[in-house]
Design a protein around this ligand. Structure first.
Ligand SMILES: C[S@@+](CC[C@H](N)C(=O)[O-])C[C@H]1O[C@@H](n2cnc3c(N)ncnc32)[C@H](O)[C@@H]1O
Length: 285
């Protein structure tokens, strides 16, 4: 099917007919809002007042490609190459997890519970979203961020540069590298991979087909392997009363809290804005 003309109302009609099998009408409207903002520089009011306007061939082509990509479940953040997180617009691509709004809750917990930390460590940083948000909240803190993926770290570096913050990025496999050289931290934060392979069946193709599996999945028979290692690192590298704050699998809250308690952390679980158990906070005694 083709767009009937380069008039906005025809583009809209085309988008609704192409995308209705994949998205709800509200979602299509939101996607169109993002597309018109990105490619035409229009806000919602301009769009609503411009239904009879025509656009040039080059913009039409870009919008046509975007609609075709959306139909193939490609995330809108990959199409436009950016995502919002904690008031920042961050670059994203297929090498990093798209920052989730739920993860902003982790930043909120750190903001509320860490009294002016001097040093913060972000393990499994991906796009750098958590580290960057914390750099804005705590401008005097020295922040170190780690990831195994060189390509993810390139994106994170670029984001730090764009946001004008300084982060010490390190490439490391936190599961197997010896991190003994790390200094002591006042807070350690992490959103590590935590989706069990068995949970794949419940996931949407926009995540499964486009986001890095390295960022998502853990084996069914050892779903907490990252938390075990993170707790070990935190045990060695958190100051007394230092805080460990991790995003967790909502189905494994008690197990994750139990693991942290067994390592000597005074632990609490916290919900995200959707009411799902999504974070564990551990205080090192
Ligand atoms: C769930 S993503 C989180 C990304 C980002 N912190 C966020 O909240 O959007 C997990 C990240 O862990 C990284 N990762 C996976 N295995 C790792 C390992 N063994 N050591 C260090 N990082 C790892 C992935 O590359 C990915 O960027």
């Amino acid at each position: 099917m083709r767009i009937a003309s380069n008039r906005i109302c025809d583009i809209e009609r085309f988008a609704y007919s192409e995308l209705q099998e994949v998205y709800s009408a509200d979602e299509i409207r939101n996607l169109l809002k993002i597309i018109f903002e990105e490619y035409l520089g229009w806000d919602l009011t301009t769009w609503l007042l411009s239904k009879q306007k025509t656009i040039n061939q080059s913009d039409l082509l870009k919008i046509n490609f975007a609609i075709k990509d959306l139909k193939r479940h490609r995330p809108i953040q990959h199409i436009i190459g950016k995502a919002d997180f904690c008031g920042m617009t961050l670059r994203v691509d297929e090498n990093v997890l798209i920052p989730r709004p739920e993860t902003e809750g982790l930043v909120g917990l750190a903001k509320d519970r860490c009294p002016s930390p001097k040093r913060i460590l972000d393990l499994c940083t991906g796009s750098g979203c958590i580290a960057l948000a914390l750099a804005k909240v705590f401008p005097n803190a020295e922040i170190t961020a780690m990831d195994i993926s060189e390509k993810a770290l390139e994106v994170a570096q670029q984001n730090a540069w764009n946001q004008k913050v300084t982060i010490n990025f390190l490439q490391a496999d936190i599961l197997s590298d010896d991190l003994a050289e790390l200094p002591m931290f006042d807070a350690i934060v992490s959103n590590p991979p935590y989706v069990r392979e068995q949970e794949k069946a419940e996931m949407q193709p926009n995540v499964l087909d486009y986001e890095p599996h390295l960022a998502l999945f853990v084996p069914n028979d050892d779903p907490l392997l990252f938390y075990r290692r993170i707790a070990e690192i935190a045990h060695k590298h958190l100051v007394t009363n230092g805080l460990l704050i991790v995003e967790i699998n909502e189905n494994l809250g008690e197990e994750t809290a139990g693991l942290l308690r067994a390592k000597g952390f005074e632990t609490s679980l916290h919900n995200d804005f959707k009411g799902r158990t999504r974070f564990a906070v551990g205080r090192r005694g």
